[in-house]
Design a protein. Sequence first.
Length: 342
Amino acid sequence: MNIAILGIDLGKTVCSLAGLDKDGAVIFRRRIKRFKLLDFLDELSPCIVAMEACGGAHHIGRFCLTKGHEPRLMSPLYVRPYVKVHKNDDRDAEAIAEAATRSTMTFVAIKSEEQLDLQAIHRHRERLVQSRTRLINQARGLLMERGISIGTGRHVFQKALKMLTSKAELDLSPRMIVMFESMASELAALNKQISGLDQEIRSTAQHDNDMRRLMEIPGVGPAIASALVAAVGAAENFGKARDMAAWLGLVPRQVSTGGKAKLIGISKHGNSYLRKLFIHGARTVLHLVQDRNTPITQWVDRLKERAHVNVVAVAMANKMARIAWVILTRGERYNASRLIEV
């Protein structure tokens, strides 16, 4: 069989395959166990291997590169319109192969093992932070039920919880005291794990050239720099700076028809974790940067005079993302004396 494009619908245990010839006709269909997929690709003549960008796709994509195949990863959102009639695994594989033939299709860059490792660290840290937040909120609610109110802020709560568990005169049952002591120990363990991951992220950022250049941008620290490099690499997959900002969901969502343009809130598409980090970083530029005489701070200060602070924060995050694209793709360093228009 002269398979020109092989579409693979990846499953946890079974994968559906559909092969197209150079004219786009389906000449091959097969279902195969996932653990046998790499052996099948090893024996297959070099061709285009199309997949949705999902769990395990980057690992298979790197394997394809070593065997002479051309891996093409796509967002599942872009593949869905090519599914004909009823949806099933075989039709999904055919749709994936057909979508990969489109000249206007946007493909996902293959991530390296180092990028995936760094992404795993960020995801692990985010899970621990969410667990810490849930623990604090639950403890606040339990204390409120017993008439004990604690001020806002994580550090304030941790100090108050430590003091509460050491006071024997509080009107708390022995059962609740034991439980709050357990919560305090769990909270201390979570803080220790998060601090260790923060240190690893800082160390990684200090030893990477791209991350060091990104951290010269106001509002960009080790977390944003490392997460961005882990997600986009050198950002060469984006044709222009606005494409990366749109991928982060930092551009207005359009509902336009009949020649009438209607822009509403930001689209919130793409990487929600990176978008959150960029907006938090933008808020530091709005409120914490001391030097207000640089072009970028003067630009954001003028914007604050005519727009809501939340709108300004998103606009600043958009600007930071565009500057980051320039730094990654062109190998430049951030110049504080000028405002990059991208």
